[in-house]
Design a protein around this ligand. Structure first.
Ligand code: FES
Ligand code: FES
Length: 184
């Protein structure tokens, strides 16, 4: 009986700890965003609700589809799988920072980055729900190859990269064509 009561008390303490807000702050697309959040609060919710970034899309919510991909300290992350408190102090870049992620100092006409223009030209999106995450992770994918001195990844590498993204409407042929069209 005593043990059972002890376990219940322990559970109450755990629940209280899980619900106690923690003050965190991070840089989101160049602006500092601070808030008190529960430890279980997801980074995707923080970005949408606290930072007001509508370009972070949540589809599966389970780390499968890639729609919520953002850059955290330069690394692609599924925001639906990361707790906001884990990103405390980090630099987070969403699709709103796409020109920086692409290393594009001068976006083209219409204000589109090279990848955005290529997606439009090749009809690589339809509903657009998967697109922000796809653009962010593709920009990181291409800049990683550039940093390695391999600015033109081959078809197999592009297909491997796209493994992490589900597009329910356009199909992948146009997405591949768009990505290949921006290779130097
Ligand atoms: S919403 Fe995050 S991976 Fe699908
Ligand atoms: S364009 Fe609709 S899910 Fe990809």
């Amino acid at each position: 009986m005593t043990d059972a009561l002890g376990m219940m008390a322990g559970l109450r303490v755990t629940d209280a700890l899980l619900d106690a807000p923690l003050d965190i702050s991070m840089t989101v697309d160049g602006a500092t965003v601070a808030a008190g959040v529960r430890p279980r609060y997801l980074l995707s919710d923080f970005l949408r609700e606290q930072a007001g970034v509508g370009g972070v899309h949540v589809a599966c919510g389970h780390g499968v589809c890639g729609a919520c991909t953002v850059a955290v300290d330069g690394t692609p992350v599924r925001a639906c799988l990361m707790l906001a408190v884990q990103a405390d102090g980090a630099v987070v870049q969403t699709v709103a920072s796409l020109s920086e992620l692409e290393g594009d100092t001068a976006p083209g006409k219409d204000g589109l980055t090279r990848l955005q223009a290529a997606f439009r030209q090749h009809h690589a999106l339809q509903c657009g729900y998967c697109t922000p995450g796809l653009l962010v992770s593709t920009a990181l994918f291409l800049s990683e190859h550039k940093a390695q001195g391999r600015p033109c990844p081959g078809r197999a590498e592009i297909l491997d990269h796209l493994n992490g993204h589900l597009c329910r409407c356009t199909g992948y042929a146009n997405i591949i064509a768009a990505i290949e069209s921006v290779l130097a």
